[in-house]
Design a protein around this ligand. Structure first.
Ligand code: ADP
Length: 301
């Protein structure tokens, strides 16, 4: 199976005509609470797309936690690796979305930022029972490095989505099977401006020199670029009518991992991930936009 280690957030979303400036109050349109958090989104995507999936993470002891757990469970994600922390708030994201789909987001990480090495140790059996282990950057960076090292030492296939953008340790990069950044995250990782494909490949190669086997840079509606020591291959995105790109990256990662687990074929898994992500941008919200394998097969028939 797949073990996702990461964040869970309740997304509190208001649609507005224009995002308010400092000191300004605006009246919004509809309000919705949508389960999110990069970790939880990726777990839901992997599970809905057919993989046995475990999630390791932390929530508080409040009603958001209850809803987030229900959302994972109803997508068949195994949540025995989720810990409820008394006296801590569950992570929330305050999101405003304007008329053009532009957004502004404040994340209050709450319990997510209390994920420690001990929490990884406690759940080591879930890592052992999985073939692929997936991490992102919405839990403390030391915990990310520790979990990656643990997974690598047990011979697991490791995947890091370095989002939100942050630097990573050399230790985390060494022997990493897949790193999946967007352009902005790649800039932060390799501390250089990415202006064109040439600089993108150079940036990716600098990560490969540090021990990463595959770099997959996602490029929104332009698709993605897969770079290894020996080649770089462009993949066009699938054309769809985009409504909301929230969780496009998470859908890509979940779909990619689910298909890679099944086929062991990187090219096929990239195409599958892109089809999953394209479908997700045709719907609003984070977990609400991630397709099931049935919806996927129906759409791409
Ligand atoms: P992130 O949201 O993490 O920045 P991207 O925007 O790069 O991620 O999107 C991830 C993947 O989602 C892309 O590689 C692409 O396959 C798909 N995608 C994103 N936006 C679109 C779009 N407008 N149309 C079709 N596919 C899209």
């Amino acid at each position: 199976g797949i073990c996702v280690i990461g964040s869970l957030n309740m997304d509190l979303v208001v649609r507005v005509k224009e995002i308010p400036k400092k000191g300004e109050t605006v009246i919004g349109k509809d309000f919705s609470t949508v389960p999110g958090g990069k970790g939880a989104n990726q777990a839901v995507a992997a599970s809905r797309l057919g993989a046995k999936t475990f999630m390791i993470g932390k929530v508080g002891d409040d009603s958001f936690a209850k809803n987030l757990k229900e959302s994972l469970s109803s997508s068949n994600v195994d949540i025995k690796g989720l810990q409820e922390e008394k006296n801590l708030p569950t992570g929330v994201a305050l999101i405003s979305v304007d008329e053009h789909g532009g957004n502004s987001i404040i994340v209050a990480p709450g319990a997510n930022f209390e994920m420690r090495k001990e929490d990884i140790d406690k759940n080591m059996s879930l890592i052992e029972d999985s073939k692929i282990v997936v991490l992102q950057h919405e839990i403390p960076i030391e915990t990310v490095s520790y979990a990656l090292a643990a997974a690598k030492s047990k011979g697991k296939i490791t995947v890091l989505n370095p989002a939100p953008a942050d630097e990573v340790s050399l230790e985390a990069l060494k022997g990493l099977d897949f790193i999946i950044p967007n352009e902005h995250e790649l800039e932060t990782l390799c501390k250089q401006k990415i202006t064109d494909e040439k600089s993108m490949i150079e940036g990716a190669k600098s990560l490969i020199e540090k021990g990463v086997k595959n770099v997959i840079i996602t490029l929104g509606e332009k698709g993605c670029l897969h770079v290894t020591a020996s080649e770089s291959i462009n993949y066009d995105a699938f054309k769809v009518v985009a409504v909301d790109t929230t969780a496009a990256g998470d859908s890509f990662i979940g779909g990619f991992c689910a298909n890679y687990l099944k086929t062991g074929d990187i090219k096929a898994a990239i195409v599958f991930g892109q089809k999953t992500a394209a479908l997700s941008v045709t719907k609003y919200g984070a977990q609400s936009s991630i397709p099931t394998i049935e919806e996927f097969e129906e759409f791409w028939r």
